[in-house]
Each structure stands twice: as C-alpha cells, then as structure tokens.
Design a binder for this molecule. Structure first.
Ligand code: AKG
Length: 511
C-alpha cells in the first residue's frame, strides 16, 4: 500500500484527480500503515453484501444518492440558495483548536454552537479562511445542521422508531427542489437490503478545510456523501475499542475516545500503538457507508478550501435482544454502549461479536456506577485484579461482582472472556484514577435530548450570549488581544458577502 495517499478516480464527476498533484495538506503522520476501506462502484453486485454484513465501503462512480448535487452544491451556491433563515447550527472553536468535538464546556474544550444564516457563515469563512481571506482567523467554523429528520422514540427492547412526520429545516424553494433530487428510493433499497431501515436524519456539513471531527462512534449507521473538497476518514472497527480509551460511560463524551489517534501519545495511551484502522480519502461524488459503532475520525483536507458533505443516518439505536436481557439482569436502567480486548487473551471472533463486547463493557461500567457510584473505577480495577474473591461474601459489592461475572460469562463465553473485558475496561488507569478531565459547569452540545435542552440541566444546544462572551474574553486574554476583540470578530460579518446574499450587513449571530 502506498501510504495514505488514495488515488481517487480522475473520471469522477468533479475530476478529483488529486493523485496527480500533491495535496495542499497531508493527514498528520501515523504510527502504522492502515488498510484501505474498500472502494467499489455503487452499482456493483457486491455492494449489497457490505450493507448486509455491516462492513464499511466507499461507493464510487456516481452513486445516485447525491449525484445530482455533486458539482451543483458548493458553499458559494448554498450561501445564495439557502435564503435568509438564521437557524443553521454553526460550531465555532478558537483557531488553535484541533477539532470540533460537538460538546463544549469546562473539561470538554473551548467552543460553542451559534445560529447563523448560510450567508453569514459563508461571509465569515470567506473573509477569514477561504482563498483570498482578508482578515486573520481567530475562530474556526463548522456548519453542522440537520436538513431533514424524523423525531424518534424508544420502544420495547431498547429499539428506536421514527415518531411523527418528516421535519425539514426552513430553507428556500431552490434548496427544497435540490433535496428532491436525492435518490431516496436508492437509500431505502440500500437500507432494506442491509436490514438497517429506516432513514432517520440528513445533515449538512460545511467547513473551510483543515480541521476535524474527533474520533467517536454513532449509534446509527450512516451514508456520508462528499460534495465539495476532500475528507480523510480514519475508521476503527468495534474490536479496537479498548485500544482507543473511550471516555467512561456516563461522561458527556462517552461515544468519543480520550486518546487522539492522529497525535498518538503512547506514553499515556500505550494500547493506541496496537489500534488497527482503516482509512480512505473521500472526494466529491464518493459515498461512504459507515456502519454504526465503528469509531471514526474525519479530517477536512486542504485548509482554506471549501468542504461540503451531506450525511444520512439510518436504522435503529437499539442493540438487539441481548442488551435488553443483560440490562434486565444486571442493571435495570437505560445504558448505551463501549469496548474490546487486548492482543493475546480471549477476544471476539468478528466485529459483530466485538459489538457485543463493546456493549457488555458499557453495561459493566453502568452496573458498577449504580452499585458504588463514584468509586466505579476502583470497583472495576479491583475486579480486574480478581480482588472481589476476597470481599465479604454477603457484601453488596461481592454479590454484584459475582452476578456480573456470571451474566457476562454466559454472554461472552466464559470467565476468561470476562477477565479480558475487565482488563480492557480498566487499562492504564482509564477509569481510575481516570484519564478524562473532570467536567463542570454549563455544557453546549449538539447531542442533547430535547428534554435536556436549554438549561434545564445546564445543557444548551446553542451558546447563550453570556457563555460566548466569557469564552471570547478568555481568548482575548490568552492571545494578549485588547478586550472585546474575539467577540467582535465573531459578530462582524463581511458586508459584501452578506449583501450579495440579499441581507443586511449589520446582522449578527447573538441577537
Ligand atoms: O464529516 C465530519 O466531519 C464528521 C462526520 C461524522 O462524524 C458522521 O457523519 O457521523
């Protein structure tokens, strides 16, 4: 394999002949060569097998899902076509920040989510990032906004189903007409053949190249369609979970990894050196099928160049009967997935089985938290060292530990498998003393349940003005800028671009 540089076909609609000239930006160096995600023509007979088996694949050759939008949609086009609606979600982080983690606050990282129109967003990235930028960039921007979606509800067995009618972001007639060119019938057929229906959400991703979405998994499968610019995708199957050091269960970011595979700190995260990844570079026209629970880190290539994707999340967040059975037996409360084992010992035989381990690990952590609260890490460390055999036989801790060993042993195949799971869960102090920084204070997150939104638990979908002002003041102090500079930078919008979008120049994002 010739390094990370993937040869995208120069016959793709947008002529993505990147292999002929050096890219503007290479992904950071890696500790290991990674295998390539298979690239297969969208109409090849073998494609259905990837969906059915739940394996990642890049569909090439003009997949009809979004082929009508490739070459038509661009940042420039959407800034005109989208109209004046100012409800689009734009993530904003200080320029030195590596990525956009979807969660911001003390212990999570600096940043926020602001409501803008596409014209405002484009004016900002045009003035501060895209070719010909005239102002230095204090902030980086990433528009991540749902365009069409179903609300969901959880039903028996932990599955999720669509609830109510299809909803749409308020966009102009031109975008509406474009959305109708999406081949929804192809998507439905793909989902049906893979047993992963129904469609849940279509989201727009627009950036200016250079930054990334850090390593995480989603509970829904995904078709990620690249429309403009390129993205490097690093993908880790569920079997690699232990090697990536997921945040502890219950943490705000417990579907993200604490370790950063792009900048591997193997002194702090030794197992990261063993993590086996798949990778690809998505070019306009490519559609990546990304099965749920696959960890993914997505980097926009080519800083200063427009980057645009649409994705389609599909399926149910449910994890099947085994999870419900396990929860009912060991922890009667809702938990969601994470984890897999070290080289050498017992381990799952395939990625489907690895997913069971991942979820079993999460149930184990949740059960420990329920039993001993904040001492869950200590409890699981002790279990990993088999110290529970010495605990008083009648104690709640011993009874729980025995029950957990029995139930998980039956699920995973035996005591050795449970020991391997415990070893992976507690590796290198992941849970105790705890590798993740402590979180406190209000949180701005794009992954918040409706019931939790807007402050009832100190969580916000959008950054309230007072939080943004505080963050901007910190940025001024860190960079030695006059007070108010960072805030002003975010409030100002390039007059030309805004008026060309048919809007007034004095509009701002925090009103
Ligand atoms: O494109 C990106 O930056 C992230 C995409 C992603 O995480 C997803 O589609 O689930």
């Amino acid at each position: 394999m010739a390094g990370w540089r993937v040869r995208c076909s120069s016959r793709t609609r947008r002529g993505c002949s990147w292999s002929d000239s050096p890219p503007h930006h290479s992904p950071p160096s890696r500790s290991a060569e990674h295998a390539q995600i298979p690239r297969v023509r969208w109409d090849a007979a073998e494609v259905e097998g990837f969906f059915r088996r739940g394996e990642p694949v890049v569909l090439t050759g003009g997949c009809p899902l979004t082929s009508q939008l490739v070459g038509r949609w661009s940042l420039a086009y959407l800034s005109r076509a989208f109209g004046a609606t100012r409800e689009l979600h734009v993530h904003v982080v200080p320029s030195a920040t590596r990525g956009f983690a979807r969660h911001y606050g003390q212990g999570l990282g600096k940043g926020g989510v602001l409501a803008m129109s596409f014209g405002e967003f484009y004016a900002k990235v045009g003035a501060e990032h895209l070719a010909g930028a005239t102002r230095p960039a204090l902030w980086k921007y990433y528009l991540q906004t749902p365009l069409m979606w179903y609300d969901e509800e959880r039903v028996a067995g932990g599955e999720t189903v669509n609830k109510g009618p299809l909803k749409k972001a308020p966009f102009a007639a031109e975008v509406d007409a474009d959305m109708a060119t999406i081949d929804w019938a192809w998507l439905e057929q793909a989902c049906t053949s893979g047993g992963i229906a129904p469609f849940r959400t279509c989201q727009l991703w627009a950036g200016h190249g250079g930054s990334c979405t850090p390593c995480h998994y989603d509970s829904l499968s995904n078709f990620l369609a690249q429309l403009e610019g390129r993205k490097h995708v690093l993908l880790f199957p569920p079997s690699q979970s232990f090697n990536l050091y997921p945040y502890p269960v219950g943490h705000e970011m417990d579907n993200f990894t604490i370790a950063d595979p792009e900048a591997p700190d193997t002194a702090r995260f030794p197992a990261l050196a063993h993590a086996r990844a798949l990778e690809t570079v998505l070019c306009p026209g490519d559609v990546l099928f990304l099965p749920r629970f696959y960890w993914h880190l997505v980097r926009q290539l080519d800083p200063g160049h427009a980057n645009l994707s649409l994705n389609f999340w599909v399926g149910s967040k449910g994890t099947g009967g085994f999870m419900q059975q396990l929860r009912d037996k060991v922890v009667p409360q809702h938990v969601e997935p994470v984890v897999a084992p070290r080289e050498g010992g017992p381990r799952p035989r395939d990625e489907k089985e690895a997913m069971v381990w991942l979820h079993a690990g999460r149930v184990l952590e949740a059960a420990a938290q329920k039993t001993v609260g904040a001492k869950a890490g200590l409890f699981l460390n002790a279990m990993a060292e088999a110290a529970d055999a010495q605990w008083p036989p009648e104690s709640a801790a011993r009874v729980t530990a025995t029950k957990l060993r029995q139930e998980l042993g039956a699920l995973l195949g035996g005591a050795a498998e449970v020991a391997a799971l415990l070893e992976g869960l507690t590796r290198d102090g992941r849970l105790h003393p705890g590798l993740a920084p402590a979180v406190s204070g209000p949180i701005v997150t794009s992954e918040v349940d409706d019931a939790e939104a807007e402050g009832s638990h100190g969580k916000f979908r959008m950054t309230p003005p007072h939080l943004f002002t505080a963050m901007a003041a910190e940025t001024d102090a860190e960079l030695g800028l006059p007070a108010g500079t960072a805030a002003k930078s975010l409030l100002s919008v390039g007059a030309d671009a805004v008026s060309s979008a048919g809007r007034t120049a004095d509009s701002h994002v925090l009103s």
